[in-house]
Ligand binder design. Structure first.
Ligand SMILES: *[C@@H]1O[C@H](CO)[C@@H](O)[C@H](O)[C@H]1NC(C)=O
Ligand SMILES: *[C@@H]1O[C@H](CO)[C@@H](O)[C@H](O)[C@H]1NC(C)=O
Ligand SMILES: *[C@@H]1O[C@H](CO)[C@@H](O)[C@H](O)[C@H]1NC(C)=O
Ligand SMILES: *[C@@H]1O[C@H](CO)[C@@H](O)[C@H](O)[C@H]1NC(C)=O
Ligand SMILES: *[C@@H]1O[C@H](CO)[C@@H](O)[C@H](O)[C@H]1NC(C)=O
Ligand SMILES: *[C@@H]1O[C@H](CO)[C@@H](O)[C@H](O)[C@H]1NC(C)=O
Ligand SMILES: *[C@@H]1O[C@H](CO)[C@@H](O)[C@H](O)[C@H]1NC(C)=O
Ligand SMILES: *[C@@H]1O[C@H](CO)[C@@H](O)[C@H](O)[C@H]1NC(C)=O
Ligand SMILES: *[C@@H]1O[C@H](CO)[C@@H](O)[C@H](O)[C@H]1NC(C)=O
Ligand SMILES: *[C@@H]1O[C@H](CO)[C@@H](O)[C@H](O)[C@H]1NC(C)=O
Ligand SMILES: *[C@@H]1O[C@H](CO)[C@@H](O)[C@H](O)[C@H]1NC(C)=O
Ligand SMILES: *[C@@H]1O[C@H](CO)[C@@H](O)[C@H](O)[C@H]1NC(C)=O
Length: 644
C-alpha cells in the first residue's frame, strides 16, 4: 500500500506542474473576468447552489411517499451577493448525490442554469391580512418543510413554512420596521417542481404583542407528541419556534402551536425560554454567547432529551466572530400560566468555525436527526465576481445523544458546560452531550470513488512519525482519519502545502489550550484573503483508571474533510469546526503529519480517502451563470440589497 501511494504522489505532482501550475497573485485576480475562477476552489463533494449566491439550508426533509429527500436553500442566482432572496431546490434519493430541480414543469430535472433551480420566489401578491404591503415581495427568508398537506395528512404534498419579507433592510442592530417579517405557507403537490402560495398568507402577521423585536423569522415546525401530553392537547398538534429577540432584553424563541388538522391556524404560546442579552450558559469559552438575536432556531427531542440550536447574533469576543452557532440541552416544564419553559442544563457550539444557520430534520427513513449548516465563503469579498458564486452547505451531520461512561468528574464543579454528568455506583461518571458526526452512509457514498490509504500502527510503533508511510500530496478533495493516543502537545496535520512551503495550513489539537485549531496564517499567499486562526474549545474526558491505574486521557479521533476551499473538522463525535482556505497555487496539495517540536505522541490508525465523489453528476464542472447587476430601481437605490 505504501509503495502504491508513493507512485500516486509522484503522478499527481506531474499533473500539477504541467497542467495547472499557476500561482495567482492579487493583480492577476483583479484583472480576471467574471466566473473565471469558478472551478478553482469549488467544493464538489458538498451541497451547493449551481451558481450565484446561496446561504441558509431551508426545508430539508424526507418524503415517505416517493422516498425522496428535498433540500432548499436561500438563493440569489446570477448574483454573488445576497439579495431578492428566494428558495432554490434540489433532491436526492440518498443524501449523497443531488439533482437540481427545474421549477418549469415539462423542462425535466437538472435545471442548473441561471435561475431554473429557484422554487419559491418573491412575488407581488398582496394579502388581505397584510394589506397594503406586498407580503413577500422583498424576500423568502428561511424556514422548514414537512411532507404533509395543510390538514396534516401525508398525501404527497410538501408544505413549506417560511418568513415572508415586505420591508428591508433588517438587522438586530437597526430599528425594526413594523411589518418587515410575517410567516407564510407555500406548498407543492407535484413533488416539489411547482409551488403555490397559500391563498390567505401570511398565516402569522405580526410578532407577539408587546415584543419590540430584534427580528422574528425562520419558522421551524414539527410534530412533538411530548408537548401534546404536557399541554393536555387531545388532538395532535404541530409546534413551531422562530428566531427572535426583544430589544435591550435578550434573544427569544417564541413558541407556537397549530392543530395538525389545520396548519394555517397558529397560536402563540409564549417564549420557550428567556435568556438575558449577551449572556452565556457557563464559561464563555466553552458555551459561547447567546448574543442579542436568534436566527434559524431549532427545538427537537432525541430519545427522551430536549435540545435547541440557534444562530446567536452579536456576542462578539476577541476569540470568536459575532455569530455563534450554539446548541443547548434543557429540561421542559410548564409555567404557572400554562406555557412551556425550556431550562438549559448544558450547551456548546454546534460548529466553532464559519458554519451558521444550522437546521435539522427528522430523517424518518432512518429514524435519526440530520443537520446541515451554511458554510459562507471567507474571502474578504476579494475575487468573488471571478469566483462567480458564494456559499455551500456542510456535509449531512447526524445528531445523537452521546454518552461516555467511566469518566472522572469533580462534582464540586457545578458550572454548566458542554457535558452533563451522571454518577455511577463505582464512583465514575457518565458524561452526556449532543453528539455530532458526518452521517456514515453519506460518508460511505463520498468514499465510493476514492483511493483508500491506510497506515496501521501496532502498539507504540507510531510514536515516531518516520515509521508512518503516507502520501506527500493529495488531490483537492479527501477525507482524513487520525487517531491520536496520549499526546503532550500540539498534534495534527499540515494540508494544502505548496512544494516549497510558501503556503500551508495546519489543523491540530492543542491540549494546553483545550482547543482544536485551523491555523490559516500561511494558508494563502493572496494577502486579501483572511488569515485568522479559527479555534474551538475541546477538552478530552479523563477516563477513570481500571483496577487502581492512573486516569487516562481519552484518545482523540480527528475526522477531517478537505473539499476545495471547504474544510470540515470533527473530533470525537462531539466537536465540529468548519473553515475556508484559498491557496494561491494549484500545486498546494502537500500533506504531512504535524506536531510541535518536542511533542511526544502516539498515533494509532491513520486513514485517507483521496478523491471524494462529485455529488452533482448532472451538472457540468463549470455550472456558472452570467452575472447580472440589478438596477437602482430594482434595489430601491441599493437600500434593499447591493445588487451585484
Ligand atoms: C426577484 O425574484 C423574482 C422571483 O423569482 C423575479 O421575478 C424578479 O425578477 C427578481 N428580481 C430581481 C431584481 O432580480
Ligand atoms: C389532505 O390529504 C387528505 C388525505 O389525502 C385529504 O383527505 C384532504 O382533503 C387533504 N387536505 C387538503 C387541504 O388538501
Ligand atoms: C424599541 O426599541 C428601540 C431600540 O431600543 C427603541 O428606540 C424604541 O423606542 C422601542 N420601541 C418601542 C415601541 O418600545
Ligand atoms: C384555531 O385554533 C384555536 C386553538 O386551537 C381554536 O380555538 C380556533 O377555533 C381555531 N380557529 C379556526 C378558524 O379554526
Ligand atoms: C458582550 O459580552 C462580551 C463578553 O462579556 C463583552 O466583551 C462585549 O462587550 C459585550 N457586547 C456588548 C455589545 O455589550
Ligand atoms: C422521527 O419521527 C418519528 C415519528 O414519525 C418518531 O417516532 C421518531 O422518534 C423521530 N425520530 C427522531 C430522531 O426525531
Ligand atoms: C464504572 O462503571 C461504568 C458504568 O457503570 C463503566 O462503564 C466503567 O467502565 C466502570 N469503571 C471502572 C473504573 O470500573
Ligand atoms: C492508548 O495507549 C494506552 C497506553 O499505551 C493503551 O493502554 C490504550 O489501549 C491505547 N488506546 C487506544 C484506543 O488505542
Ligand atoms: C503518555 O505519555 C506520557 C509522556 O510520554 C507518558 O509519561 C505516559 O506514561 C503515557 N501514558 C500512557 C497511558 O501511555
Ligand atoms: C495576516 O493578514 C494581515 C492583514 O493582511 C497581515 O497584516 C498579517 O501580516 C498577516 N499574517 C501573516 C502571518 O502573514
Ligand atoms: C461582470 O458582470 C457584470 C454584470 O453583468 C458586468 O457589468 C461586468 O462588466 C462584468 N465584469 C467583468 C470583469 O467581466
Ligand atoms: C440614490 O442615492 C444617491 C446617493 O445617496 C442619491 O444621490 C440619489 O438621489 C438617490 N436616488 C434616488 C432615486 O433616490
Amino acid at each position: 500500500m505504501a509503495l502504491k501511494t508513493a507512485i500516486l504522489g509522484v503522478m499527481l505532482r506531474v499533473i500539477v506542474s504541467t497542467a495547472w501550475g499557476q500561482t495567482l497573485t492579487e493583480d492577476m485576480v483583479e484583472k480576471m473576468g467574471n466566473n473565471s475562477l469558478f472551478t478553482r476552489w469549488r467544493p464538489y463533494s458538498h451541497f451547493s447552489a449551481p451558481a450565484g449566491w446561496m446561504n441558509d439550508p431551508c426545508g430539508p426533509m424526507y418524503d415517505p411517499v416517493d422516498g425522496i429527500y428535498h433540500m432548499h436553500y436561500q438563493f440569489n442566482p446570477n448574483h454573488v451577493n445576497w439579495g431578492n432572496i428566494s428558495w432554490g431546490h434540489a433532491t436526492s434519493s440518498d443524501l449523497v448525490t443531488w439533482t437540481d430541480i427545474d421549477n418549469n414543469p415539462g423542462n425535466g430535472l437538472a435545471g442548473w442554469q441561471d435561475g431554473e433551480a429557484k422554487s419559491i420566489g418573491t412575488t407581488t401578491l398582496t394579502s388581505d391580512h397584510h394589506d397594503p404591503l406586498m407580503y413577500n415581495h422583498l424576500g423568502i427568508f428561511s424556514g422548514t418543510a414537512q411532507p404533509v398537506n395543510i390538514s396534516g395528512e401525508v398525501d404527497g404534498t410538501i408544505l413549506a413554512f417560511y418568513t415572508s419579507v415586505s420591508r428591508l433592510p433588517t438587522s438586530y442592530t437597526l430599528p425594526y420596521l413594523l411589518g418587515t417579517e410575517s410567516q407564510s405557507l407555500a406548498y407543492s403537490t407535484d413533488g416539489g417542481v411547482t409551488w403555490q402560495e397559500y391563498a390567505n398568507n401570511p398565516v402569522i402577521s405580526s410578532p407577539p404583542d408587546g415584543w419590540n423585536v430584534t427580528g422574528w423569522r425562520d419558522p421551524f415546525y414539527l410534530p412533538l407528541p411530548q408537548l401534546d401530553t404536557l399541554l393536555d392537547n387531545f388532538e395532535p398538534h404541530y409546534y413551531a419556534i422562530f428566531g427572535s429577540g426583544i430589544k435591550g432584553v435578550g434573544p427569544r424563541m417564541p413558541l407556537y402551536s397549530a392543530p395538525a388538522s389545520d396548519l394555517t391556524n397558529w397560536t402563540f404560546l409564549g417564549a420557550l425560554w428567556e435568556p438575558t442579552a449577551n449572556s452565556t450558559l457557563g464559561s464563555l469559552r466553552e458555551t459561547g454567547s447567546y448574543g442579542f438575536n436568534f436566527e434559524v432556531s431549532n427545538f427537537f427531542a432525541i430519545d427522551d432529551r430536549y435540545f435547541v440550536s440557534m444562530g446567536a447574533e452579536g456576542g462578539e469576543v476577541s476569540f470568536h466572530d459575532r455569530r455563534w452557532s450554539l446548541w443547548n440541552e434543557g429540561e421542559i416544564s410548564t409555567r404557572p400560566n400554562g406555557s412551556i419553559a425550556f431550562n438549559p442544563v448544558s450547551g456548546g457550539a454546534s460548529d466553532w468555525g464559519i458554519l451558521y444557520a444550522l437546521t435539522s430534520f427528522n430523517d424518518t427513513k432512518n429514524n435519526r436527526r440530520i443537520q446541515y449548516g451554511w458554510a459562507s465563503e471567507d474571502m474578504n469579498n476579494f475575487g468573488i465576481m471571478q469566483q462567480g458564486y458564494q456559499g455551500a452547505l456542510s456535509l449531512a451531520r447526524e445528531l445523537f445523544v452521546k454518552e461516555t461512561s467511566g469518566v472522572v468528574h469533580n462534582p464540586a464543579d457545578t458550572t454548566p458546560g458542554n457535558s452533563r454528568y451522571m454518577s455511577n455506583p463505582n464512583g465514575t461518571w457518565t458524561a452526556s452531550t449532543l453528539g455530532v458526526r458526518p452521517a456514515s452512509d453519506v460518508v460511505a457514498g463520498l468514499r465510493r470513488s476514492s483511493h483508500h490509504i491506510q497506515s496501521h500502527c501496532s502498539k507504540k510503533k507510531c510514536s515516531n512519525t518516520s515509521n508512518i508511510r503516507l502520501p506527500s500530496t493529495l488531490s483537492n478533495s479527501y477525507e482524513l482519519k487520525l487517531n491520536i493516543n496520549n499526546t503532550t502537545g500540539i498534534t495534527g496535520v499540515t494540508v494544502a502545502a505548496s512544494p516549497g512551503r510558501e503556503e500551508y495550513t495546519n489543523i491540530y489539537y492543542d491540549p494546553s489550550k483545550k482547543s482544536v485549531v485551523l491555523d490559516r496564517a500561511y494558508s494563502s499567499q493572496i494577502r486579501m484573503f483572511p488569515n485568522t486562526t479559527l479555534a474551538g474549545y475541546f477538552e478530552p474526558y479523563q477516563m477513570a483508571g481500571i483496577r487502581g491505574c492512573k486516569p487516562m486521557t481519552e484518545p482523540i479521533e480527528m475526522n477531517i474533510f478537505v473539499d476545495g476551499s471547504l474544510v470540515e473538522i470533527f473530533v470525537n463525535d462531539r466537536f465540529a469546526l468548519t473553515g475556508r482556505i484559498y491557496p494561491s497555487r494549484e500545486d498546494s496539495n502537500g500533506f504531512a503529519l504535524y506536531n510541535a517540536p518536542g511533542v511526544s505522541v502516539q498515533y494509532e490508525d491513520i486513514e485517507i480517502w483521496d478523491g471524494l465523489l462529485n455529488v452533482w453528476p448532472d451538472r457540468p464542472m463549470n455550472s456558472s451563470s452570467e452575472l447580472v447587476f440589478d438596477t437602482p430601481a430594482e434595489t430601491n437605490n441599493y437600500t434593499w440589497w447591493e445588487g451585484n
